[in-house]
Each structure stands twice: as structure tokens, then as C-alpha cells.
Design a protein around this ligand. Structure first.
Ligand code: GUE
Ligand code: MG
Length: 300
């Protein structure tokens, strides 16, 4: 999209386009793997219940797999399925040699212990990167996790492909979730950024965010990050996908990010839109993790 111009508009980081490029790179590698081994990567997706947003994400993941030649294996289980049954399904996928990646869509119903379920995924097939063995390795210097969680990995790729320097710069993560904020902080620290994490109990986030050259907003709070918080020229990555009622849309809502896009774009140097920013990268990185897993398992 348009370069940063004299009117002070941030460069738009087009995650949708970058993700499409990555998916075509993955397709080439899938074809090569198939040529060399006669096998394709396999991804198992476990969906419990009928949450609308989860069904939408899972549908996008399965479609993306199909497009690059990754075989997808589905387990769609009812909302009231027992934890024991989910664990059984995960274990079957662990021992299925055609499956190289397993993802259990979160959140799970309240009657289940999510940690118990995600801990049951073999760390070698943990394409979400949520297993403590993978998160633990991510947190440690001089260790390489088998998998890095998809959203943080997608954000890193956006920074790299947009030519944004990470080493030596201040980064601020807004939010401390297990699946985005915390692994994002660890990943940027591994890339030699000076990392701050602000969250719901932070007394005064504004001056901390204002020092950051790189801001990653991952709180799930619509348009919370305002221009006054943002350092001029900062790179702002928006992980939020908050539904806001909108009768003019077919599905009755539109998605807005955690960043007040229109005002922040006047001040930032780079910014990701919602939709079309981080979201499509999350899916592209899932495919990449699955490909890399298959390469590791099939080719060493
Ligand atoms: N085990 C697990 N792994 C996950 O990676 C995981 C999860 N559970 N639970 C929910 C969150 C959320 N998430 C998104 C993926 C794609 C988009 C995405 O593609 N968004 C599009 C818009 C999609 C739309 O229009 O509905 C975009 O931002 O352009 C968003 C959010 C993955 N998650
Ligand atoms: Mg629970």
C-alpha cells in the first residue's frame, strides 16, 4: 500500500497480501515434500461445540490447508463431550503417522481443563506452540522451541517483511495472554528488543506505551489504543478482532481492532489494519508450522 507520505500517514502493513505470498511459498514446499516422500503434511483440528467465531476460524484454517495441499483431519465434537473423550481423540491423533500437526480450538467449554487437553498434544505435533515444553524453550536463551505460537510468529514475520528493525528497540506488548501477549514478549526479547508488557493492572500504561518503537496490541478491547499513547513513527501491530454490531453487514457485525485505527495511522510509521492484518498471518503461520513439522518428521 501507499508509502508513509508527507501528510503523516503510516504505511499500511498488508497482512492479507503478505499471508498470500507466504501461502504460495508453502505450497511450493508441500509439493517438494510430496515429490521427495510421497506424503503430504496433515493437520488435525479439534473443534468442541458450536461457537460462531470458533467455527469461522476453523473453517478458514481447513480451507487454507486445502489450498496449499495440506491434508486436514477433523474432529467436531459436541459441546457436552467429556474431557476424557477429547483426550482420547488427541491421543489418537498423536499416534496417527499421517498427522504432523494437532490444534485444539480454544476456548474449550468451561467443564474442561484446557491445560490438561493442550498438554496432551505431543510437543512434536504442537503446531499452536502452546505445550509447556515449547513455551518453556521459547523462554530460554540458546534453546529452540519446536513450534512458536502462530500469532506472535505472524507478527514477527510482518515486522521482518516490512523492514522494521527489532534489535535494540523498545517494544511494548499490551496484554499478557498465554497465546499472544506472553509469547510475543518472549519472541521480541529473543530478537534483542527491550520489551515491556502492560496489562489490566498496569497503573499507568500511557508513558510505557509511548516509549515503544514497536507496539503489539493484544487485549481484546475495541479501539483502546489511542494516538496519544503512540510514539511518532512507531510500528503498531493490532491483534484484536472485536465484533461490533453493524446492521449494514451481512453477519450483523464488523470487526474492529484494539487500536483506534483512523487516529493512530496519522501518527504511527507502520500500522496493520483489522481485518486484513495479523489475522491472515496467524493462519499462514499455522500452515508453516504444520509444513515444518512434516518436514522434520518425514525428512529429519
Ligand atoms: N488453538 C487455537 N489457536 C488459535 O490460533 C486460535 C484459537 N485457538 N482460538 C481463537 C484465536 C483467534 N484466531 C484467529 C485466527 C484468524 C483470524 C483471522 O483470519 N481474521 C481475519 C478476519 C476474519 C473474519 O472476517 O471473521 C482478519 O483479521 O483479517 C482471527 C483470529 C486464532 N486463534
Ligand atoms: Mg476452562
Amino acid at each position: 500500500m501507499a508509502a508513509a507520505d508527507s501528510s503523516g500517514q503510516a504505511k499500511l502493513i498488508d497482512g492479507k497480501e503478505i499471508a498470500a505470498t507466504i501461502r504460495s511459498e508453502i505450497k511450493v514446499e508441500v509439493d517438494k515434500l510430496k515429490e521427495a516422500t510421497g506424503k503430504v503434511p496433515g493437520l488435525a483440528v479439534v473443534l468442541v461445540g458450536t461457537r460462531g467465531d470458533s467455527e469461522t476460524y476453523v473453517r478458514s484454517k481447513r480451507k487454507a490447508c486445502e489450498e496449499v495441499g495440506i491434508a486436514s483431519f477433523d474432529a467436531d465434537l459436541p459441546e457436552d463431550v467429556s474431557e476424557e473423550e477429547v483426550l482420547k481423540v488427541v491421543k489418537e491423533f498423536n499416534s496417527n503417522p499421517d498427522i504432523h500437526g494437532i490444534l485444539v480450538q480454544l476456548p474449550l467449554p468451561k467443564h474442561m481443563d484446557s491445560y490438561k487437553v493442550t498438554d496432551a498434544i505431543s510437543p512434536e505435533k504442537d503446531v499452536d506452540g502452546f505445550h509447556p515444553a515449547n513455551i518453556g524453550a521459547l523462554a530460554m536463551r540458546d534453546r529452540t522451541p519446536l513450534f512458536v505460537p502462530c500469532t506472535p510468529k505472524g507478527c514477527l514475520e510482518l515486522l521482518k517483511r516490512s523492514g522494521i528493525q527489532i534489535s535494540g528497540r523498545n517494544a511494548c506488548i499490551i496484554g499478557r495472554s498465554n497465546i499472544v501477549g506472553t509469547p510475543m514478549a518472549m519472541l521480541l526479547q529473543r530478537h534483542d528488543a527491550t520489551v515491556s508488557v502492560v496489562h489490566s493492572r498496569t497503573a499507568d500504561p500511557a508513558p510505557i506505551v509511548s516509549r515503544a518503537d514497536i507496539v503489539v496490541a493484544a487485549v481484546g478491547n475495541a479501539e483502546m489504543v489511542r494516538a496519544a499513547w503512540v510514539k511518532p513513527g512507531a510500528a503498531v501491530l493490532d491483534v484484536g478482532t472485536n465484533p461490533v454490531e453493524d446492521a449494514s453487514k451481512k453477519r450483523g457485525y464488523r470487526l474492529v481492532g484494539d487500536v483506534a485505527f483512523e487516529e493512530v495511522r496519522q501518527k504511527a510509521g507502520h500500522i496493520t489494519p483489522v481485518p486484513g492484518g495479523v489475522g491472515p498471518m496467524t493462519i499462514a503461520m499455522l500452515l508453516k508450522n504444520c509444513l515444518e513439522s512434516a518436514q522434520r518428521i518425514l525428512q529429519g
